[in-house]
Structures are given as structure tokens and as C-alpha cells.
Design a protein around this ligand. Sequence first.
Ligand SMILES: [Fe+2]
Length: 384
Amino acid sequence: MTSTIADGTTSGGLPVPPRRLKFTHDRWMESLGLPIHSGYYIEDLRALTLGRWEERGCDAAFIQLEGQQGITETRISEVPARAVLPPVRLAFDEVVFVAQGRGATTIWRPGGERKSFEWGENSMFLLPRHHFHQFSNTSGSRPARLLHYNYFPLLLSASPDPQAFITTHRDDLASPGYVVDLEALYAEPALKQIALEDVSWKRRGAVWVGSFFPDMSAWDKLTETRNRGAGGRSVAMEFPGSEISCHMSMFPPRTYKKAHRHGPGRAIVIPAGEGYSVMWEEGKDKVIAPWRPGSLITPPNKWFHQHFNVGMSPARYLAFHPPLQFDGHAEKVEDRARDQIEYVDEDPSVRRMFEAELAKRGLTSVIPDEAYTRRDYEFAPVAI
Ligand SMILES: [Fe+2]
């Protein structure tokens, strides 16, 4: 993959990732013989080359972007038109984002209740651990593509026996002791307020908790986020009983967010909008990742990254988070400045490139000059 969106900001190619050790999860992926797509970003999940995964009865591919290794797994699976895939049970939570198509999922526990729900493009849902799940495609003509996200690599580092965590035989009725009320689990997402003084919790403030979010391109329960600039809005989400969490940011057309950095293993998908992200390790070459619906990006560990909206409509990015131990944010408030670059401090080439990209589309930036000269400049809340 090479960047095509702008000239002169990469030095002839993408930075070469460091050599690293192989983990059990790497060896497991290789043993399956499926494509393993690597690099810094995937421009279009809908066009990604897949291979046959007989055990799961579908075509699939792994995506291991830089910084995910040994921490989080992402993969694509395809449900052919009108098909029903075989049931699978995982011993770990997995979150699914629908990159293309529509269909249904049934969840059950041997001897327990069943729960079915329908999904469409940009739906997001939880597959709870120790429960079977089964996918079907309800379209007569179009394959569905699902993006899966989980923490399986960490599980395999602790207990290197992949098959112990995956059940593909419907007649295996042995059921570990995780019992949940499926009706309650898949109820409407609910708002939870996390007390500011509760430092033990994952996030502070408002969090939406649910197992099924029907359309992340239309989810409108967002709150203003002042600290990252551009007059953006965001929402934090958690899945009941799971450590997996995510957030989504939405920011206006012809603006861009401040650069920031944190830990590895996030996976970012685009429910709406057109733009690009620039990612770089301090002092090193930059990677430019163009995006639109269907794109996936992962900022590598502690690399700065910055998101730019060059479209005519608000852009949304949905970021799945690694386990908290990889959060990687500066722990002290006074350290935060090391992990975010204010507009007044950024390299002037950032603004130049953004304005050049807009000009190619006959557009101009709506970030006011004042934002580049006044450190305390605050964007007015934008109705988007
Ligand atoms: Fe980030």
C-alpha cells in the first residue's frame, strides 16, 4: 500500500516496521493459510482479498496492522448472499462491525434461550463469550462483510492452545459457567454516568452501554468534545460485561482534529465521510492514510496521528479500544501536552497540505486563522 493523497510528505515509501518476535496468535493465523493483510491501513475492506476458511464455512482474511501484533485481532469474514454460516462459539468476547451488507445473528447458550437480531451496514454488535453465534445473510444478491475485533492474541499468550477457545461443533454441549440474560444483554443501549472522582473506571463522563448499535453512521447521541479541536462531537460506548470498549468522533466538513498519540492496538473504521489521517513517530517519516466508508486504520504505538475531513459532510470515525493496560495516555494531566499538538504548535505544512487537498476539490478550510495564533482559541459548538 502506498499513499496517494498528497505529494512530498512521505519520503518515497512507508516507514519499515521493526522486526519483532512471533506470538502464538501469529503462528495460529499462519497455520490457517488465510491471507494476513499487514501495513498501516486498509483503504477498502469491501475489496480486500479473502481465502477459504473451511472450518468456519466462509471466506475470510486476517488484518494485522502495525501495532496490533500480540494485542488485538481484526479479521474480515464474508457471508454469501442467502447463506447461513455454521455456528461458532468463542471463549472470548468479540465485537463485529458490518462493513457491507445486511443479515441476522442468532446467539445462544446450549440448553439456554436464543436471541436473534437483524443488522445492516454500519451496525455494531457484541458476540458474548461462551455463547454460540450464527450469521445469516438476508440479501438475495449481495455478500455481507463483517469486521471482527477481539483480544484473542493476549489470551493465546497466556494459554497457547487456540482450539481450547473455539468450538465449531454444534453437538458440543459442554457449557462454561458464563450465564447472561440475552434479552437484557441486547436491550436498547443505555446511558451510564461515570462519576468524575471514580478513577478506577475505564472512562469518566457519559458512556452508552449496549450490545447492539443499529447504525453507527446515524447514531446521534454525541456530546461536544472541546479538547481535540475542530468543534467535534463524540460518544463513548461499552459492551455489557465486556472489557472491550470504543468511541466514535464526528467532526465537521473542511476541518481537522489536533494531532495526538496513545497506545497500540486500536482499530478505526469510518461509518461516514471522506478524508485522510496522517500518522508518524516523533521525528520520523509520515504515513498518509486516505479514508472513506470501508477503510480501516490503526495508529501504531505512540505514533502521533491526525484526522482530516476533506469532504462536504461530517466525518465519523469509530475506534475500537485495546485492553486498558495498553491505553497509553499520559497519566498525569501536566503530561498531556506531550501527547497532543495544539494548532499553534503544529508544523505549518499540516495546514498547507490540508488546504491543498481541499483546493483539489474546489473547497476551502473553515478553521479560522485565530485557531493558529491563539492557544486558548475555542471552537464554537457546531450543529452537525
Ligand atoms: Fe487516537
